[in-house]
Design a protein around this ligand. Sequence first.
Ligand code: GRG
Length: 291
Amino acid sequence: MKEYIVSRQKLVEDALQRYLPKPSVKPKTIHKAMRYSIFAGGKRLRPILCLAAGECCGGEPSAALPLACAVECIHTYSLIHDDLPCMDDDDLRRGMPTSHKVFGEAIAVLAGDALLTFAFELAAEVPGWPRYSLRDVFKELASAAGSRKLIAGQVVDLESEGKKVPLPLLKFIHESKTAALLRATIRLGAMSANATEARLANLSEFGLALGLAFQVIDDILDVTQSSETLGKSAGKDLASEKATYPSVIGLDQSRKVAKRLTEDAHRALKPFGRKAEVLHGLADYLLDREY
Ligand code: GRG
């Protein structure tokens, strides 16, 4: 698994280096800020899942690469904006000072905007495939990042701070702010391999379960790991009275939920047989991760 992850991380790093406007392009400040956050040391989980989903459906990593990078741009934009003083007000991200700490608030907002927009420019690099048009690709990205998914999750998350949150609402937050983009990255990988509708449905199920598991684990790590290990401020959820799985159902139950969701994810891969070996491995890797 380690070898696969490192090799795909390299593909993604090289592609992002090629795709993103160079820091010398005017106005230099915005391109430096975009690159600062993109190359701050993210794990690249979403792009790796995108490439692996494509490969699981018989595709080449190169076909999925622009979409894998587009999702990483959207993810990074969401982190920059989430760290702003008007949202989570954080100083540390990916082990480095947050964008607004380095470039100031205005440029951090614009760097986020620019990365979100650039994602669609990148997506336009793919040709579309017999079963999936470029229109399907844009719709997939836009709906996962829009006001009914990523932004919905952020809004309800903010509105729930300091309140007692029932489990179904917590699930809605997690599904929207985290699982939707993870599911989309996996679906886009499958589309780039011209997967059949049935296989796309299997991978959507996998993506949703994996995305939920991922956020439950993120909640657990926030209370069990140090800021140094996480590369972001640990204990932040508790301090800002965020609704999390550990705060609603406790740590032990949260671990059980993460395990059960990972099992659901594995089950969704059954129709692929051995072709899904890497995706199975990635699901276990995410369950056992320490940061
Ligand atoms: C501002 C529109 C907008 C959305 C914000 C909630 C949210 C979306 C961002 C806050 C951070 C957070 C809890 C995001 C949910 C997904 C998640 C656990 C992100 C961290 O992903 P990793 O661990 O990070 O893959 P790296 O840095 O490795 O890419």
